[in-house]
Design a protein around this ligand. Structure first.
Ligand code: CP
Ligand code: NVA
Length: 308
């Protein structure tokens, strides 16, 4: 049985296999064909943080696959009143077929997985957001940008930046990251990425200035400067991130037809200007839609691993 907690645990071939499956499932759905790959299966969805895309895409996704999703907010279940995670894992394992959790520390996912007898999927933690990156890479492939790919990530070295490091180092493309001092990605993740890059041929570059990172990039991407759980740091962060907004002058340094991606929600006037956002709204919302298709593929893939 496999879990989906970070792309660190997946090979390049497995990532590409899941993306191919997502493309196939998307094509079927677009032609009105919703195959019941997970007929009568139930997905438990525990949310310890807010969500729009992750919640809707998992709930719609499992429904379209012939199963059912259970939305379990920690405000409503006993976990929120102190029932141990390991007990929650063992109870849910007896009743549902798969679990998705959006939480704080990555170690919470690992603890749940240790006690779970059904596959567990990360819907984001403080360290990673692997589902997002599958959708992002799927979108890059659909837009025909995956050959000799250069991605520039400008902004906070957060869960999204860490996940880009995992994706790039597994797939083998060039990733340039530019963050303000003190906001670099997780050092362990970076170390892992450099290690994986040796095998895949990925180029991982840390750039002092956003302008350096975006030069001739095929894809420019960013994320909020204030992630969930960091709300009290907003004032300081906004000051520290001065000069890191992706605006027209930054985009002008990238390839002429460069894509701009954002996992959303986006905060215009902070990490991205309204002009850049609206000029690239087609690919941004393709990216958002692909969460649905990529997640359906992950659920089908994990279910297949259980049977093998
Ligand atoms: N990108 C993303 O995960 O969005 P939500 O927080 O709305 O789920
Ligand atoms: N870095 C953001 C991503 C939201 C999808 C957060 O963790 O809040």
């Amino acid at each position: 049985m496999r879990h989906f907690l970070t792309l660190r645990d997946f090979s390049k071939d497995e990532i590409l296999e899941i993306i191919s499956l997502a493309v196939k499932i998307k094509k079927e759905a677009k032609s009105g064909e919703f195959k019941p790959y997970l007929k009568d299966k139930v997905l438990g969805m525990i949310f310890e943080k807010s969500s729009t895309r992750t919640r809707v895409s998992f709930e719609v996704g499992i429904h379209q696959l012939g199963g059912k999703g259970l939305f379990l907010s920690t405000d409503d279940i006993q976990l929120g009143r102190g029932e141990p995670l390991k007990d929650t894992a063992r109870v849910l394992s007896r009743m549902v077929d798969m679990v998705m959790i959006r939480t704080f520390g990555q170690e919470r996912l690992e603890e749940f997985a240790k006690y779970s007898t059904v596959p567990l999927i990360s819907g984001l933690s403080d360290t990673y957001h692997p589902m997002q990156l599958l959708a992002d890479y799927m979108t890059i492939c659909e837009h025909g940008k995956n050959k000799d790919l250069i991605v520039a990530y400008v902004g906070d070295g957060n869960n999204i930046a860490n996940s880009w490091l995992m994706l790039a180092s597994k797939i083998g493309f060039e990733l340039r990251i530019s963050t303000p001092k003190g906001y670099e990605p997780n050092q362990d993740v970076l170390k892992n990425a450099y290690e994986f890059a040796k095998k895949s041929g990925a180029k991982i570059l840390m750039c002092q200035k956003p302008q350096e990172a975006v030069k001739n990039a095929d894809v420019v991407t960013t994320d909020t400067w204030v992630s969930m759980g960091q709300e009290s740091e907003k004032k300081r962060r906004v000051k520290d991130f001065e000069g890191f907004m992706v605006d027209d002058t930054i985009m002008a340094l990238a390839q002429k037809d460069a894509m701009f991606l954002h996992c959303l929600p986006a905060y215009r006037g902070y990490e991205v200007s309204d002009e850049v956002f609206e000029a690239h709204e087609k690919e941004i919302f393709d990216e958002a839609e692909n969460r649905l298709h990529a997640q359906k593929a992950v659920m089908v893939w994990l279910d297949k691993q259980r049977k093998n």
